[in-house]
Design a protein around this ligand. Sequence first.
Ligand code: C2E
Ligand code: CA
Ligand code: CA
Length: 700
Amino acid sequence: MADITYDSLTGLPSITSFYDQANKLLSGSRDYYLVYFDITRFKYINDILGTQAADQILSQIGELLLELCGDSDCAARVSSDKFVILKSDKTGRDLFIIKLISRMRYFDLPFELMCNYGIYMFTDEPVELAIAVENAALAQARIKGSYTDRSLVYEESFRQEYVSEGEIIGMFEEAIKEHQFQLYFQAQYDHSTGLIVGAEGLVRWIHPSKGVVSPAVFIPILEKTGLITVLDLYVFEQACDTVKYCIDNKIHLVPVSTNFSRHDLRLPDFVEKLEEIRKRYTVDSKYLRVEVTESVVADSLENTNRIVDQLHDCGYLVEMDDFGSGYSSLNVLKDVNFDVIKLDMRFMTNEAKNRRGGMILTAIVNMAQWLNIPVIAEGVETIEQADFLLSIGSEYIQGYLYAKPIPRIDFIQLLKGSSICNVTANMSFLEKIDTCDFWDPNSQDTLIFSNFVGPAAIFYYRNDGEIVVSRVNEKYIEELYMNNSQKDIVSSRFLDSLDEKNRQIYHETVMKAIESQKEETCETWRVLKSECCGETVACIRTNIRMIARGSDKVLFYAMIRNITAEKREIATYKEYERNFKYVVEHANVYFWEYTIATKEMRPCFRCMRDLGLPPLIKNYPEPLIESGLFPADYADFYRDLMRRVDSGEEQIEAVIPLTANRIPFRICYTTEFDSVGNPKKAYGSATLIRNEEEQKEHND
Ligand code: C2E
Ligand code: CA
Ligand code: CA
C-alpha cells in the first residue's frame, strides 16, 4: 500500500489515502457503513466568523474524527467542509451518530454546529467506494438543513427521485416558462387572539415527472448559479398577483412576504424591478414584504442599508429571516433598519428548547422589544412553544401548529374564513438609553450598565400586573448577597418574592413612576432564595424609572440597594428609643430631635408638658431665644453651639442656665450622619444639674 498522506488542516488522511485504506478494510469485512456530512451554512460561518475561525472548526472536527475512529475505521475530508467516515460494526450506527452530534455540541462556539448525516450501509453486494460515498451524499442531501432529521440511510429510490445539479440548471428556464414554480402560502397568526396577521410565500417546484421538489433541493443550486434572481422576481410577481386577486374579489387581505437572496440585492436596479412589477399589478406596497437573511449583510452592509432605505421609501417592510440561526449577530439588527425579526424555533438546539433556550429566546424577544421590532416566531410546532413565546411577549407565530404552507387556492379559502389583524410593534420609544447599544455586549452602554451604575436591573411591567425582570448587572447580583446567577434571577418570578403588602407598595410605585415619568422610590421586604444560600428576608430600596412604553407593557430601569442591615439597626434603635423615653420620664431629662437641613426641632412629650413647647419648632433656636427660655446673654453662645451641630460635630456638651430663673442644665448633642457622611439629625438632651460639684464646675 502507498504511504499515507495527510490533510494538513484536519490531520486526517488525505482523500486518496482514505480510498486506499477504506478499500483495504472493506476487502476484509462487509460489516461497515459510510457516513457523509457537511456543515450547515458553512459559508455563513466563513463570512461572519472569518476564515480563521472556520478553519479552526474544521480542524476540531478532524481531531474529533481521529478520536472516534479505531484501527478498523477511517475518515477523511472530501473537500472544503465535507467529511466522510468508514465505520465498522453496523449495529453501533445510531450510537455513533449520537456521539458525533453530542460531541460537536461541546465545541467552544457561540452557536451549535449543525450537521446532517447521510449513511450508506454496505452489504455483500459489491459496490464501488465512490458510488457508496455518492449514495451517502444523496441521503444527506434529502435532510440537509433539517433540524429534526439529523441522519438518513440511503435507499435505492433516492437515486430515481434525485435531481442533479445539472438537471436543475438545465430544466430551470423551461420550468419558469411553463409555470412549474408555484407559490405556497404559510399563514402567520397572533397566538393571543388566533387572528391571521400575515403570510409567507414559499416556492414549490411542481415537476411534471418528479413531483413536488422541495426548495431545499433547488434553491442552493440556483443561488450558486445566480439563477435565483429570476425565480425570486417570479415569486414576487405571483405574490402581487395573489394580493391583486384578493383586492378584486374583496377578500380580506394580509401582507405577504417573499424571500430574496443576496444575489437579488446585488442587482443594480433591484428596487426598480420590484416597483415595476408591483405597479403593473396596481397593488399597495403595504401588502408586500421583503424577507432577507443576514447573509445579505455579510455581503455588504453599505449596500444592504441603501436597499433597505429604498424599500422603505417605497413603503415595503423588510423582514430579517432566520434570526437565531446562531450565525446571526445582534450587530446586524443595530446596523440595519429591519422592521420585523423572524426567529426560527428550529434553530434552537434540544437543550436550548428547554431551560437555556428559554433564556436565549427571552433575551432575543426582549431585545427586539427594546428595538421596537416585532418578532414572528417560525417553525412553531407545539402549543407549549407557542404558549411559552406568548408568555415572554412574543405573540406572532408561523408554524405547523397553526398552518402548513398551502397552495394559493387553499390560502384564499383560508382568508375568506378568517379574521385578520396587523403585525405591529408593541413598544414605542422614550428617550435616554441608546437601546441598540445597550444590548451590544461591547458597547459603552453595556459597560456602564455592568460597571458604573451600581446594582441595576431592567424589568417590564405588563398590563396584567406581572413584573418581569429581563436583565440585571453583576452588582445587582452582589447586592442581594445570595450568590444567584443572572439566569436564576431572570427566570424566577419577581412577584413571588413579595408578600401581599409589599407587592402593593411596589405596584403603587410602578404606577407613580408611569404617571410622573420621573424616578420613584420604594422600600420593600422580599424573600430571596438561592440554591447555595437558602432563603432569607431582605429589605430592598428601589429607585425605578420608566424607559419605554407599549400597548401592553412598560419597560423600567431599576437601581437597588439592600438596606436590610440599616433597617434592622433602625428597628433596634426604635426599641432603644422607647426604653429611653421611659427612662427620661423618670430622670429629669428633656429630650428633642433637631433636623439639620431644615432647622426644625421636635421636643419630647416632657418638654411640651413642662415647658409648654409646641410639637414642632421651626428656625430653631430663635423662637426659644425670643421666648426667654434661653437667657439673652446666652443667646449667642447657644447660636454658636448650634452652628457646631450644623457643621457636623459629632458630640457636643455645654452647661447653660435656662429660663428666667437661670436653672443650670447640661445640654448634650449627638449627631447622626447619612450614608454619605453628611450630618442629618442631632439628638439633644438637657439634664438638670443638681449636684453642687457640677454647679461649681460650671461657675469655674
Ligand atoms: P424559510 O424562509 O426559513 O421558510 C420557512 C421554512 O420552514 C419553509 O420551508 C416552511 O415550510 C418551513 N416551516 C414552516 N413552519 C414549520 C414548522 O412548524 N416546522 C418545520 N419543521 N418547518 C416549518 P420550505 O418551504 O421548505 O423552504 C425552505 C427554504 O427555502 C426557506 O426557508 C427559504 O430560505 C427558501 N425559499 C423558499 N422559497 C423561496 C423563494 O421564493 N426564494 C428564495 N430565495 N428562497 C426561498
Ligand atoms: Ca423566509
Ligand atoms: Ca426562516
